[in-house]
Write a protein that binds this ligand. Structure first.
Ligand code: IPD
Ligand code: CA
Ligand code: CA
Length: 305
């Protein structure tokens, strides 16, 4: 990628520079993970730890040194140079709940957006570079616009499964206003129509896994740009499709993220359409009905003795 914008002291390319920072950030996360950290609540079940804050500070400092002309928008409050042409969306620790419980599925996510002069604040620019680092597996996912996507230097591509019935997909649930979110219905329906729906707790890694062909699709309500910016570019560069739930243009602030290998995308969009219209939810026994069935089975067995 290009060596610096006009007048910059930039020394590294976008992805090589950010990859170096993400590895450093990931090493700090590994240390915090090993020693264990106390958790605080940002709200409802939205957790935050000293690791989130310390690592965001580290990334902000290092990005500032490496790319002094770039803006930074971080989950833990960093808002620097948001009028600049290039802006990093940073999630220093995606998967905080996992991290806090000692469940080793989390990552550092950094996505770079390029914006045209005069764009409205709610307009999206172009995602041009992506870095996602999983410090527990030492996996580094990289993408640059037009140059493909890699994991640890090896080119990745989305899967070839052509139907949802043979697909493994993933989703996540919001940690705020949980009672106002209908995703459990989508989870229910898509679980019954696929090989399974994983809920591993790191949206950025879910997106990277779609890019790597380990998952065939992923959806989630109400994600933020720091969760998605890097992963969306990875999926695009790995040959996947990215949209909102209606199959329309994905927006960084759209609150609807749907990605797939492309082949199962229309099928997923149709299911969303049906569920939003109140059609086709497969019936399951309620816990009460199930208990009654179990009781009558037990009685039946008892009668035979
Ligand atoms: C969360 C994770 C999770 C997703 C939540 C996100 P955080 O990010 O990506 O998978 O389901 O919606 O908020 O809070 O761990 O950075
Ligand atoms: Ca996140
Ligand atoms: Ca986070």
């Amino acid at each position: 990628m290009t060596e610096g914008t006009a007048g910059s002291k930039q020394t590294a390319t976008w992805t090589t520079g950010a990859a170096e920072i993400a590895r450093e950030a990931g090493a700090r996360l590994r240390e915090f993970f090993a020693q264990g950290v106390a958790t605080e609540y940002k709200g409802d079940v939205d957790l935050v730890t000293v690791a989130d804050r310390t690592v965001e500070k580290l990334i902000k400092t290092r990005l500032g040194e490496m790319f002094p002309d770039h803006g930074i928008y971080g989950e833990e409050g960093t808002r620097e140079g948001l009028d600049r042409e290039l802006r990093w969306y940073v999630d220093p620790l995606d998967g905080t709940t996992n991290f806090a419980h000692g469940f080793p599925q989390f990552c550092v996510s950094m996505g770079l957006e390029q914006r045209r002069a005069g764009m409205k604040a709610d307009e999206d620019g172009t995602l041009v570079a992506a870095v996602i680092y999983d410090p527990m597996r030492d996996e580094l996912f990289l993408a640059e616009r037009g140059k493909g996507a890699t994991v640890n230097g090896k080119t990745i591509a989305v899967s070839k499964n052509a139907t949802l019935a043979e697909a493994l997909v993933a989703t996540g649930f919001p940690s705020r206003k949980r009672h106002q979110n209908p995703n459990i219905h989508f989870y229910h329906e898509i679980t019954l129509r696929s090989h399974g729906v994983r809920r591993a707790g790191s949206a950025a890694l879910d997106l990277a896994y779609v890019a790597a062909g380990r998952l065939d699709g992923f959806w989630e309500f109400n994600l933020n740009p720091w969760d998605t910016a890097a992963g969306i570019l990875l999926v695009e560069e790995a040959g996947g499709r990215v949209s909102n739930f209606a199959g329309g243009t994905f927006r960084l602030n759209s609150e609807e993220t749907l990605v797939s290998n492309g082949l199962i995308h229309d099928e997923l969009v149709r299911i969303f359409e049906d569920l939003f219209a109140g059609r086709d939810l497969a019936a399951l026994p309620s816990p009460q009905e199930f208990a009654a069935m179990r009781r009558s089975r037990e009685q039946g067995l008892g009668n035979r003795e």
